[in-house]
Every structure is written in C-alpha cells, then in structure tokens.
Design a protein around this ligand. Structure first.
Ligand SMILES: NC(=O)c1ccc[n+]([C@@H]2O[C@H](COP(=O)([O-])OP(=O)(O)OC[C@H]3O[C@@H](n4cnc5c(N)ncnc54)[C@H](O)[C@@H]3O)[C@@H](O)[C@H]2O)c1
Length: 257
C-alpha cells in the first residue's frame, strides 16, 4: 500500500512511533525513524528491516531543538531524496496541577510537544513543497479537549497541537499538503506510566479500561493492531482529501459513550 513512499517517523523508539515505523516498512515504504533515545531507536529500525519489503534507518533527533531538527531532516533527505509523509508521535507527558505547575515544567512540556510539532512540521513542509504533496500526521490527545486536572501542562500543550494542526492544514492545503492529528487511547509505555501515577480510588485499571467502550475488556488499544493500520491509511493516497482533522483512535473514549 505504501510502496516507494518516503517517510519520517519521530518517536520511533517506543509505543506508537515504533508500531507505525514497523507497519510502514511492512507496507513497502522507505522509512527513517528518529528519536532522542538512540540505542532503542537503532535496535527498532534494524529489526524493522527484517520485515520489509520496505527499508528503515535511524537518525538522532531532539524535536525541541531547532538545529537538531534541521540537521536530522537534512540527513534523512540525503537518504530518502524526497519526503511524502511525516508521522510525528514524539512527545512527553507528565503530572502538573494547575495551581502549582512550575514554569520550568511548563516550558519543557511546550518545548517538546508544541515547539517540536512546529519545527518538525515546518521542516517536513520545506521538503514536501518541493515534492508537490505530502501528509503530516501529528498527535493530539483527549487531554487537549477536556479538563485534565492531573496534567495541566500536557493538556494545554495538546490543545496547542490541535490548533497548530488546523492552522498548518489551512496554510499548506494549497500545496496539496494535508495535516491531521491522531487522538489515541493506546496501551504504550506513556499510557502505563500515566496509569501508574494515578493514585485516586477512581483511577484504577478498571476505571481506565471502562473509559474505552469498544475495547470490550481490553485495556486501551493495541499499537500494532488498532493504531498502525490507521497510520498506514493516513500515509496513503486513500486519505488524500482529509485535512485539518482531529481523528480519535480511541475505541469511543472521546465520544464519552
Ligand atoms: N498512549 C496514549 O494512550 C496516548 C493518549 C493520548 C495522546 N498520546 C500521544 O501519542 C503520541 C505517542 O505516544 P506514546 O504513547 O507512543 O508515547 P511513548 O512514551 O511510548 O513514546 C514517545 C517517544 O517520544 C520520544 N521523545 C520524547 N521526547 C523527545 C524529544 N525531545 N525528541 C525526540 N523524541 C522524543 C521518546 O523517547 C519515545 O520514544 C504522543 O504524542 C502522546 O502524547 C498518547
């Protein structure tokens, strides 16, 4: 389905980035995985190569750092020559009460999750514009739609990612570059860490599981089975008339069923 597509996947050393990278290689794409975590990132890219027909390599990136992003994209384009798709799951999550969140934690959250989205998207746009089309897949969150008392900075940052996604889609549509955001509820290391931090009686495994109606007893979705096929769809030409959308892949969680 993605034969010959040239793709960058950020956050490829874990969770949804890892699953996305593997699915793209399986679907025949030439992929560069990027992450701040080098050892895991390299291992995952090397393993993904065993699942071709596509190919995969790894380049270090810190998405919050302008020079790092510019350099990583330059090196990736040396290899790929053109760019069709950017999948951008790289992000951090962390606790922050609205009454006491520290400036340092707030700024770090916005540097990685918001500035990182702007920088990776801008660099992708530069190469996609030359190519005449492209698909950028950002990652928002239900936390950016609803009050999130335990994670105020993350919630605000994801709200900003939603707004950025719509604005970038509106700005770059004339170049046939679409920009959407996935709002997932998927069982990854980030999810398990957040669940572990939950201390209220309400925030038990059952509580989280019950927030996802379609999971039928399964605790959040599976990265490979529930998320990766959607990522393939948004990388493919089948999604070419969809842009500026926030797409929940969450078993109905966002719908509040
Ligand atoms: N897991 C969920 O249910 C859920 C829910 C809502 C939103 N999200 C969003 O989905 C996306 C993917 O999350 P995940 O669950 O796969 O997370 P994860 O923690 O498993 O993976 C995140 C990856 O991003 C990388 N990363 C962090 N900071 C970076 C930086 N500065 N530069 C480069 N890479 C960096 C990490 O090393 C890691 O490999 C994130 O944007 C997250 O906010 C996840």
């Amino acid at each position: 389905m993605l034969e010959g597509k040239k793709i960058i996947v950020t956050g490829s050393a874990s969770g949804m980035g890892q699953a996305t990278l593997k699915a793209y290689v399986k679907a025949g794409a030439n992929v560069v995985g990027m992450d701040i975590s080098d050892d895991k990132g390299k291992d995952i890219s090397t393993n993904a190569n065993n699942h071709g027909p596509g190919t995969c390599s790894f380049i270090h990136i810190d998405v919050s750092d302008e020079d790092s992003v510019k350099n990583a994209f330059y090196l990736a384009l040396e290899e790929l020559k053109t760019l069709d798709v950017l999948a951008h799951p790289a992000a951090i999550q962390g606790p922050a009460d609205a009454s006491s969140v520290k400036v340092e934690d707030w700024d770090n959250m916005f540097a990685v999750n918001v500035r990182g989205t702007m920088l990776t998207n801008q660099n992708a746009f530069k190469y996609m514009k030359k190519n005449g089309s492209g698909s950028i897949i950002n990652f928002g969150s239900i936390s950016g739609l609803r009050p999130e008392p335990s994670a105020s900075a993350y919630s605000a940052a994801k709200g900003a990612v939603h707004s950025w996604t719509r604005t970038a889609a509106g700005t770059w549509g004339k170049h046939d570059i679409r920009v959407n955001a996935i709002l997932p509820a998927i069982a990854t290391p980030m999810y398990y860490a957040a669940r572990e931090r939950s201390t209220d009686e309400e925030n038990t495994v059952a509580h989280w599981r019950n927030s996802v109606p379609i999971a039928l007893g399964q605790e959040y979705g599976d990265p490979d089975n529930d998320l990766a096929p959607v990522m393939v769809f948004f990388a493919s030409d089948a999604s070419k008339f969809i842009t500026g959308q926030l797409i929940p892949v969450d078993g109905g969680q966002t719908a509040g069923l």
